[in-house]
Design a protein around this ligand. Structure first.
Ligand SMILES: Nc1ncnc2c1ncn2[C@@H]1O[C@H](COP(=O)(O)OP(=O)(O)OP(=O)(O)O)[C@@H](O)[C@H]1O
Ligand SMILES: [Mg+2]
Length: 391
């Protein structure tokens, strides 16, 4: 919902609609319009040509005409609606639902019930405005290949498009993203998983660190050794679900190790960026990963992009040879840019901000555009491998 909300509170009893309007106005920090229905018509939106953001309708004895007027409107012109009506009138509840009511409260509505219903509607609207979350996992096929550098820069770029972006560091024992973004997290992904039984969207926000540009980082644990076995699959599932439900884009920096934390993140992924380099060993690992993603996670090639990092035209393994071995996969390259990348990581400023005109920034921006394009299609799939790793 926007900040300048238009709320109409309609009903035949003035005192009732004034009370409802006072609570709604306080909750949404706005001034609801009172629609006192006191003449022949029953339409709660009589005289209003624009559909309000929210209609709170207190039903009267002529509830079927009141709700009928809403049902008569084309579906797209029906407002988000909260209905307050007689408790025992099943037909009124049914008609309210047919008219598109989000909730139905028994009259007289208690203040705390009304606030609860308004909060739920608000949360649903936020989710609707946000659209479905996109989850991108960045996996280096070998250690030290540049996966974290690419993850933090892609997250920085995604955050420019949409502030609700989270960078998730799944390197439990050697997370580098806090350093690469120059933040000092007070809490980590592990802390959030430990708190999972009591976690909600508001509490989860408290486990994140924010950079100067507004990017959120759910960091790796800093001063303790954490093993995947210390995290229960249910708690990990809770954190992943909350991330997917409350943010627009999750970019996960995923180590090549395979355990239940990683397998569950791969299952969440809409797309996977496999980071490799121009070497025979990296090509072999890439092929192994592709086979694993397809066999164990049913992730087909349309959801995988290969990123050749530290790319050089003069390397002994050429882009052509890599393409020949990988078939029709989408491939991007990030040039070898030792000095600028080193400097940006040491300073804790993503290279897309630190060296805007560098060749690697241009390549990362091109790669980032892949993240704002259409979200890849994916089915829901629970890997049998994940079940084994979970147990
Ligand atoms: N495009 C590039 N050009 C030159 N150097 C690079 C490039 N990308 C990364 N590096 C260098 O490679 C090193 C490793 O980068 P990074 O930490 O991102 O790798 P990683 O795959 O996340 O490693 P790890 O397996 O330890 O998590 C860094 O020192 C960085 O400076
Ligand atoms: Mg890393």
């Amino acid at each position: 919902m926007s900040t300048s909300l238009q709320i109409i509170v309609a009903g035949r009893d003035r005192e009732t609609i004034e009370t409802l309007a006072a609570t709604a106005g306080e909750h949404f920090k706005c001034e609801p319009i009172l629609q006192h229905i006191d003449n022949g018509h029953a339409d709660p939106l009589y005289g209003h040509h624009e559909t309000p953001d929210l209609l709170i309708l207190a039903l009267a004895a002529d509830w079927s005409e009141q709700l009928g007027a809403i049902c008569d409107r084309p579906a797209a012109a029906r407002p988000t609606m909260l209905v307050i009506g007689p408790e025992t009138e099943i037909d009124a509840i049914r008609l309210a639902m047919r008219a598109g009511a989000r909730d139905y409260l028994s009259a007289p509505a208690k203040k705390h019930e009304l606030i609860q219903a308004l909060s739920l509607i608000q949360e649903e609207e936020r989710r609707h405005d946000r659209g479905p979350c996109r989850w991108t996992s960045i996996i280096g096929v070998k250690g030290g290949i540049g996966a974290s550098m690419i993850a933090c820069n892609l997250a920085e770029l995604a955050c420019r498009q949409n502030k609700d972006t989270v960078l998730l560091d799944l390197n439990l024992q050697a997370g580098s993203l806090a350093g690469y973004l120059d933040v000092e997290p007070r809490n980590s992904f592990f802390d959030a998983v430990e708190a999972a039984p009591d976690l909600d969207s508001v509490a989860l926000e408290g486990y994140m660190s924010k950079t100067a540009t507004g990017l959120r980082l759910l960091a790796a644990p800093a001063d303790q050794l954490v093993l995947p076995e210390q995290m229960s699959p249910d708690s990990i599932g809770t954190v992943y679900e909350l991330l997917a439900d409350n943010y627009n884009h999750v970019i996960a920096d995923v180590p090549q190790r395979l355990d239940h934390v990683i397998a569950m993140a791969i299952e969440q992924s809409d797309e996977i960026f496999l980071v490799m380099e121009q070497s025979v060993a990296a090509l072999r690992e890439t092929l192994r990963f592709l086979e694993l993603l397809s066999r164990e996670f049913a992730i087909d090639e349309s959801r995988v992009r290969i990123v050749i990092n530290r790319f050089s035209k003069n390397a002994s393994v050429t882009e052509r040879q890599i393409r020949k071995n990988l078939g029709d996969l989408a491939i991007s390259t990030i040039p070898n840019d030792f000095r600028a990348v080193r400097e940006s990581l040491d300073m804790g400023i993503p290279i897309v901000r630190h060296a805007r005109n560098s060749a690697s920034t241009k390549a990362l921006i091109r790669l980032g555009e892949e993240l704002t394009g259409q979200k890849p299609e994916r089915g829901s799939f629970v890997s049998s491998l994940t079940n084994i790793l979970r147990s």
